[in-house]
Write a protein that binds this ligand. Structure first.
Ligand code: ACM
Length: 633
């Protein structure tokens, strides 16, 4: 009898616990305020929705379609007392600003309110993350379970920290189709990014149709196909077929701009000049200051040197000439069409990594320096940037450039995108210029993200935890000059969209939280937990991501007796690292790393696996003792 009593009490407690303890909230970026209630809303067929406000039909249509796909529930519109209530407050709640929202899930309905359509859209993105993870997939499973799906009761109030929440996509080094760009947009808006920076031109391809200059794409968009290692290929043969490339027509661009707009994303176009211009020079060789150079679209072969500790230089002049009036005439035509195609207020003119070694030898540039009283190469570059700024301004747009545009004096009205750390951005903000922070040390998503011997080779690394430390607002500047932050995905080494995803996620989640969430709502351990839930969702959504955050951080040192000792760190809390030294593949029963471990002399390879909550996470990493010796600090 006593046993039965205990059993009944236990069972009732378990029931009570489960009733109250529904799915925790795992939204990324972390909302400003989350107040979890008791109970849950059960989804069922025949649910209804009501819509109050103008200009939000496209937002509602997208939601309706997404929700139908996710749950098989076809929401019908009713005038009031709906299960889903969307309403525009028309700026009656100033605390929500233009992008904020309030999302309330009760046991009987869902209410999303915002001042502006964008806010409703973000409220919907948060709501979608409250749905069970299975709703991310298109499988028949969802139909079976729909009636049983529950959403936790919660009240969320949320506004973004920054208005510029960007991702840069380099579509020049490798070309990505219009459909892939749309997919990129679909994935970024899940996490409330609102700015897509398209890097449209570079040495390896010109990707935007300019109707008044058809050569730019006839010639500049095509090169011989290369699939091997970047910067490891011989020069293309003159008669080699130019079978790799592509570009966006005006119609494509209009379609992308519209697609982005419907998802509250602005597109920032970048035409990267005066450096990074080999594709343009392939079409117009006489625009460089080095006559007689044989130009073609670079297919990945090396043409720049980056000596350690010294200034970089070009092996072949890839710059437009600042001394040639024809350059400005051509650029005027380019920016006329770019300005017509992209409604966003800014145009990005690149301005980065302009090698000066060919300019230094050019007679026409020496004459320009004399004529314009330019004392050095920085002044020459600044002269060029200022002329370009005038052209862009004449098209009714504001100019943005990488932080090199500060060198030699910043053009009036120019905005700076700070990539070589934050210092350029700080200097520009102190001079009353607006700034987007996009520093390599926190926000370069082309860098490898875990153990470098198993990651695709890149010259630098950026782990998730470092990306999570990104804060676009330095203490020393007036916040009004910091538009926000951005992460950049350069694609020299990224040849397909699955790899794009692998490089974006989860690091772009860290950036999303850094640009949206209040600083005090950021917490690494909590973020990791939410990332793992996003992984589950991405599995269902078939979005690829990297598990490199689980890679142990492996180094070594010599102990007092000069023996090599293993030193291992990790960025994921509550994770155990096990390793073998006997060439076998380890599991959780193997030696667990706790302290520096002196390696016996006969060890050739150390193999690692990681476990969390009793399950293997991430991948096995094998490191040779030779490699370990190179890592001795
Ligand atoms: C850059 O990474 N060169 C802007």
């Amino acid at each position: 009898m006593k046993k039965l009593f205990v059993f009944v009490v236990l069972s009732v407690s378990v029931l009570l616990l489960t009733a109250q303890d529904t799915e925790p909230i795992h939204i990324i970026p972390n909302p400003s305020s989350v107040i979890k209630g008791n109970g849950e809303l059960t989804l069922k067929m025949g649910m209804t929705m009501s819509v109050e406000g103008e200009g939000i039909q496209h937002v509602i249509d997208q939601f309706k379609e997404r929700f139908l796909k996710a749950t098989s529930i076809n929401l019908s519109i009713v005038p009031s007392k709906a299960d889903f209530q969307f309403s525009l407050l028309k700026d009656t709640d100033p605390s929500l600003g233009t992008e904020g929202y309030r999302l309330e899930v009760t046991a009987s309905n869902v209410i999303i309110q915002a001042n502006q359509p964008a806010g409703l859209f973000y409220g919907i993105q948060s709501f979608l993350q409250l749905l069970p993870k299975e709703t991310e997939s298109n499988t028949a499973l969802r139909k079976k379970k729909a009636g049983a799906w529950k959403i936790p009761v919660v009240t969320i109030t949320d506004t973004p920290r920054f208005g510029w929440r960007g991702l840069m996509f380099d579509v020049s080094r490798h070309f990505f189709t219009k459909q892939e760009v749309k997919q990129f947009i679909d994935e970024m808006v899940r996490y409330k990014f609102n700015l897509l920076h398209l890097h449209l031109t570079d040495d390896q391809g010109w990707r935007i149709q300019i109707k008044s200059l058809p050569q730019l794409t006839d010639v500049g968009a095509w090169r011989p196909k290369r699939e091997g290692k970047w910067a490891n290929t011989p020069d293309p043969a003159p008669d080699e077929p130019k079978n790799y490339g592509g570009f966006y027509t005006h119609e494509d661009i209009k379609e992308l701009v519209q697609y982005a707009k419907e998802r509250f994303v602005n597109i920032l176009p970048e035409i990267d000049i005066p450096g990074h211009s080999m594709a343009m020079l392939a079409a117009f060789p006489d625009l460089s200051a080095t006559p007689g150079t044989k130009y073609w679209v670079n297919a990945g072969e090396k043409f720049m040197e980056w000596p350690a500790g010294a200034h970089f230089y070009a092996l072949k002049d890839n710059n437009l000439s600042p001394a040639n009036e024809k350059v400005y005439q051509v650029l005027d035509k380019v920016f006329t069409e770019v300005a017509q195609l992209f409604p966003f207020e800014y145009i990005h003119m690149g301005g980065d990594e302009t090698a000066k070694n060919f300019w230094e030898k050019s007679e026409e540039i020496k004459e320009l320096m004399k004529r314009e009283n330019l004392k050095d190469m920085d002044a020459v570059q600044s002269y060029f940037v200022k002329r370009v700024e005038k052209i862009i301004r004449s098209k009714g747009k504001k100019m943005m450039g990488w932080d090199e545009i500060l060198e030699g004096g910043l053009a009036e009205g120019a905005s700076v995108m700070s990539w070589r750390g934050m210092k350029g951005g700080i200097a520009a903000a102190k001079a009353n210029h607006t700034v987007v922070m996009s520093p390599t040390d926190f926000a370069y998503l082309d860098y490898y993200q875990g153990e470098k011997t198993v990651e695709p080779p890149v010259y630098a690394g950026l782990r998730l935890q470092k990306a999570y430390q990104f804060d676009p607002l330095p203490d020393s500047v007036d916040p009004k000059f910091i538009l926000g932050g951005q992460a950049n995905l350069w694609t020299e080494q990224i040849q397909n969209f699955r790899t794009v995803q692998y490089m974006l996620w989860p690091r772009a989640l860290a950036i999303a939280e850094s640009v949206w969430s209040p600083k005090e709502r950021k917490n690494w351990a909590d973020f990791v937990n939410r990332v793992e839930h996003q992984f589950d969702r991405m599995n269902h959504a078939k979005i690829r991501y990297s598990t490199a955050m689980y890679d142990p951080i492996i180094s070594a040192r010599y102990d007092a007796q000069k023996n090599l000792a293993l030193v291992v760190d990790k960025e994921i809390p509550d994770m155990d690292i096990h390793f073998s030294i006997d060439e076998s593949n380890p599991d959780h029963t193997y030696r667990k790393y706790t302290d520096p471990y002196t390696l016996p002399k006969d060890v050739a390879t150390v193999k690692f696996v990681c476990y969390k909550n009793g399950k293997q996470v991430g991948r096995q990493i094998n490191i040779s003792v030779e490699e370990l010796k190179k890592r001795v600090r």
